[in-house]
Design a protein. Structure first.
Lengths: 556, 361
């Protein structure tokens, strides 16, 4: 497939310099191969698994960055695995596929990486690929009684699934497929919860799940025995919708994923498309995007602080956070026109130049926020009740966060250096000095402190850039119809709560063939079971608050 | 000092003498009058306290609170009460309907009975007899039955967990409350609320008179009293971030309103008891030697003193509530059993020694 892609690329590129309506400043076709092209190695299913085992064991590729299901039409259904070495930060991609569309099977890697469990369920849900050896093969986002696999190119979704007037059933049992020695596959069914377990539903409507998220929690008195997350209540199939949209249209949906990382999400998609097309954005845009990303990060971390306080019953501290967040939103509103949904980045630049007040406002905000962080520490961090509830609670080790792919503050609290800004610098991050805040405890308190310290780091980054915004155009000229050359591309940014990646497979058309977002929140929800077991139900709230997931990002 | 008994004897005289009612009919009329007065006061105080809480918490949180209904939002709570009165009381399937409907009344009854124990003024005690403190402790623990029943009869897991938490918490903290009250009874030598107040009017407020053990008892009482009201950092029976609303999740309309009412009144009762036992009840502030000052203070009627002191304590409790995050159930219980109970036991012995050796003022 990749060979074919590479063959077809020159054709697509040749078709590119078609009559453009106005002279384009950007190069029409990339002279050099795009720097973010993946070029995954294609391997047969069994070999792919063996190779993944080898990469993990021998080459230290211990972080499963992304796992994307793709429907390659006649070639078959398959998966692209993306791995990263957590010490050298080298990345590698492996692709495997099966031609059987009726009953596709692939070997599971959920025993190698914990997060593969939930990623493979997503692939099963959307593409119907069953993973042999997976312990819990059931739908994750769609209804249990959904017919068909909606992300397949030939799926007749609307015909098979009329509007249902019944409540959504919840599965009590789950299946697993075991590959036997003789090559046959057997199916086993087991219960999710035993008969006599006391199961409490936290969600879908619950004040502390930060959105429409549903945990089925098995309790023993107040202690948690097991958590089964049920996702998909607000799944909008953003990835599928994007397949029928032109590239500029797809941008609008990124802000609706993690709404507290709207800037960074859109930045990631714009960057992915720009790099794939070989568009060079100006220095000015790079710096503006960096400042905006950091403002967004501060915004998100303040909201994290506020919501954690609210979850723990400290309502006053909650409103302190909102008071300060308002200042950032005012800055956003002036330049972008929006407060939550910002719609600011575009392919090749930003929507509008910064507002004349922007620099002044941001410079006022920096000392203001530094002062108020002290207030946060006074009212909440030092509080003995908070310390008792957070220290040593919900400990995640470095191995666990890597296995679960918990990037961002949650990973860094356990000592995993995973900052995309440091390891794969983009925009203006290569030019600024900042520290990656790391802690080693891995408990709720460490996760909390990481965020507050990151606010200070973000302020440092903004301070370095705000007076040095270079002159230049804020928008490169692009062709009226944007077509990404055929190929597979991946770009990632450091979102507010971890690595936000964009996996883009293009056939050279004006809309993406497959667009997949590496969600920052999905690993964070996946880790909840591990983090909460044996803790109290009140700790579920603290842990959930400190790992800091945002639901629209999980239910893309 | 204004003595409320003058008014009551005058009314009694009116009923028996002027109207010529027999003794039993006069007492019956008076009882009905008093009951109506208590219920009215109860509602008025609830409304006032809700307004106060909303304003106090708003000011702590850098905002204004209700501002739209009436000047400074003063009519907001009235409109909320009317809204609640018009709301439907929903009966749920698969609940124990009798217990479900009875539970809020138990809570309100317990809170009203304790409310009636408060000494409002000299001569204005509604329930007052020689084991008043004992009676107060007994009826205040009735409320927990209502909460447990609410949790059980709702047939809801959140409610049940909330009720169980509440049961464990209230029963535990009752120990500290009892112990601190015992400490102060040790000092005053009487269990009747009127005598406790009268004693303090003569000898000075207990908190000054009993110095160290009294202050210690006061602090423990505030913590335990706050826990008893399910408020502040101890609000985990209804911790909205974990259990949505805890034991009253399934209640609507005025049935929910009763819980709300009882919560605020319990706050006031808790504060009123603190004022009675530690801060002199209706007794004015007197400083030995400053006769002029004392004279002026004595002109302020007793009920102003009492309500003023109670509201001061209410403010302290609100301050606490809006500052601290919530505790966890195991922390709440270990705070009580590992720290407060041993300290209050020790404090009781200390007070006994202080009284025995006459070390108090």
């Amino acid at each position: 497939m990749t060979e074919q892609n590479e063959q077809s690329k020159p054709q697509a590129a040749a078709a590119k310099p078609a009559p453009a309506a106005r002279p384009a400043a950007a190069p029409a076709a990339p002279a050099k191969p795009a720097e973010n092209e993946l070029k995954p190695r294609v391997l047969a299913p069994a070999e792919a698994r063996a190779e993944l085992v080898r990469l993990k064991e021998k080459e230290g590729m211990d972080y499963l960055e992304n796992l994307t299901g793709v429907d390659w039409g006649e070639e078959g259904l398959g998966v692209v695995y993306q791995l990263e070495n957590t010490t050298t930060h080298q990345r590698v991609a492996i692709k495997t596929l099966t031609a059987d569309r009726e009953n596709p099977f692939l070997p599971s890697v959920s025993d190698l990486w914990d997060i593969a469990n939930i990623y493979e369920r997503e692939v099963y849900d959307f593409y119907g690929i069953k993973f042999t050896g997976h312990p819990d093969m059931r739908r994750i986002f769609m209804r249990e009684d959904w017919v068909g696999y909606p992300f397949r190119k030939d799926d007749e979704t609307e015909k098979n699934n009329p509007l249902r007037m019944t409540n959504e059933p919840l599965a009590d049992t789950t299946d697993s497929y075991i590959l036997q020695q003789d090559g046959t596959i057997t199916k086993e069914t087991h219960n999710i919860f035993e008969e006599d377990e006391y199961v409490v539903n936290i969600g879908p409507q619950h004040p502390s799940t930060h959105g429409v998220l549903h945990f089925r929690v098995s309790l023993e008195g107040e202690r948690i025995r097991k958590i089964d997350p049920i996702l998909g209540y607000i799944h909008r199939a953003v990835e599928k919708i994007s397949e029928n949209m032109t590239y500029p249209q797809t941008l609008a949906l990124t802000d609706r994923l993690d709404y507290l990382g709207a800037m960074q999400n859109r930045h990631a998609l714009c960057m992915c498309i720009e790099k794939a097309m070989g568009i060079e954005v100006s220095e000015r845009v790079q710096v503006i995007r960096t400042i905006m990303d950091e403002l967004q990060r501060i915004d998100s971390h303040i909201l994290f602080f506020s919501c954690l306080c609210q979850d723990m019953g400290a309502t006053t501290a909650f409103l302190y956070g909102f008071r300060d967040r308002e200042e950032i939103l005012k800055i956003f509103e002036e330049t972008c026109g929006g407060r939550l949904i910002l719609n600011y980045n575009t392919i090749g630049g930003v929507m509008a130049d910064i507002h004349p007040n922007f620099q002044k406002r941001v410079k006022e905000f920096i000392p203001y926020m530094r002062k108020n962080i002290k207030e946060y520490h006074d009212i909440f961090t030092g509080n003995v009740i908070f310390q008792n509830r957070a220290k040593g609670v919900g400990v995640l080790t470095r191995d666990q966060v890597i296995s679960f792919g918990c990037t961002g503050g949650t990973g860094r609290a356990a000592g995993w250096s995973n900052d995309v800004r440091k390891h794969h610098p983009y925009a203006a991050y290569g030019k600024v000095n900042f520290n990656e805040v790391l802690r080693t405890e891995g408990d709720s308190f460490a996760r909390y402190m990481i965020r507050l310290d990151e606010i200070l780091e973000s302020l440092n980054i903004i301070e370095q850039l705000i007076d040095n915004i270079p002159e230049g155009p804020f928008q490169e000229k692009t062709k009226p119809i944007i077509k990404v050359p055929a190929g597979t591309y991946y770009s990632s940014v450091e979102g507010s709560r971890g690595e936000f990646g964009v996996f883009l497979e293009s056939k050279g058309d004006k809309s993406p063939y497959r667009l997949h977002y590496r969600s920052t929140g999905l690993p964070l929800v996946a880790v909840m079971d591990t983090a909460c077991r044996g803790n109290m139900i009140a700790d579920l709230i603290t842990i959930g608050g400190t790992v800091d997931y945002v639901v629209p990002d999980i239910d893309r | 000092m204004f003595n409320f008994q003058d008014i009551t004897t005058w009314i009694h005289g009116m009923l028996t003498g002027t109207l010529g009612l027999p003794e039993w009919a006069a007492i019956l009329t008076e009882s009905i009058g008093v009951a109506l007065a208590v219920i009215t006061l109860y509602a008025v105080f609830a409304i006032f306290l809700i307004y106060m809480e909303r304003k106090v918490c708003a000011f702590f949180q850098c905002r204004l609170g209700p501002m739209r209904v009436g000047p400074w939002g003063t009519l907001q709570v009235f409109s909320d009460v009317f809204k609640m009165l018009t709301k439907e009381i929903i009966n749920l399937r698969q609940t124990d309907r009798f217990l479900h409907n009875m539970a809020p009344f138990l809570v309100v009854t317990a809170s009203m009975l304790t409310f009636a124990c408060l000494p409002w003024n000299k001569g204005a005690h509604i329930i007052d007899f020689n084991v008043g403190v004992f009676f107060f402790l007994a009826v205040s623990s009735l409320g927990v039955v209502g909460i447990l029943l609410a949790g059980w009869s709702s047939n809801n897991k959140y409610s049940l967990i909330g009720a169980m938490r509440s049961g464990a918490q209230i029963i535990s903290y009752e120990l500290s409350i009892g112990m601190t009250m015992l400490t102060m009874i040790c000092l005053t030598g009487t269990m009747s609320f009127s005598e406790i107040c009268a004693d303090q009017a003569v000898n000075g407020w207990n908190i000054f008179r009993g110095h160290l053990p009294a202050v210690l008892a006061f602090i423990i009482y505030l913590i335990a009293g706050n826990a008893e009201c399910n408020r502040g950092p101890f609000d985990l029976p209804e911790s909205e971030s974990e259990l949505t609303a805890g034991y009253h999740t399934e209640y609507s309309g005025m049935h929910f309103g009763y819980y709300y009412l009882a919560e605020y009144l319990n706050l006031f009762i808790c504060a009123g008891m603190a004022a009675t036992i530690f801060l002199g009840g209706w007794a004015p502030l007197t400083i030995a030697g400053l006769d002029g000052f004392n004279e002026v203070m004595a002109y302020i009627p007793g009920f102003v003193w009492f309500i003023g002191k109670a509201i001061f304590v209410v403010f302290l409790l609100m301050w606490l509530r809006w500052t601290f995050p919530r505790l966890r159930i195991d922390q709440i219980l270990s705070l009580e059993w590992k720290y407060l109970v041993p300290i209050s036991m020790f404090n009781l012995v200390l007070m006994a020694l202080v009284v025995a050796y006459g070390l108090h003022f």
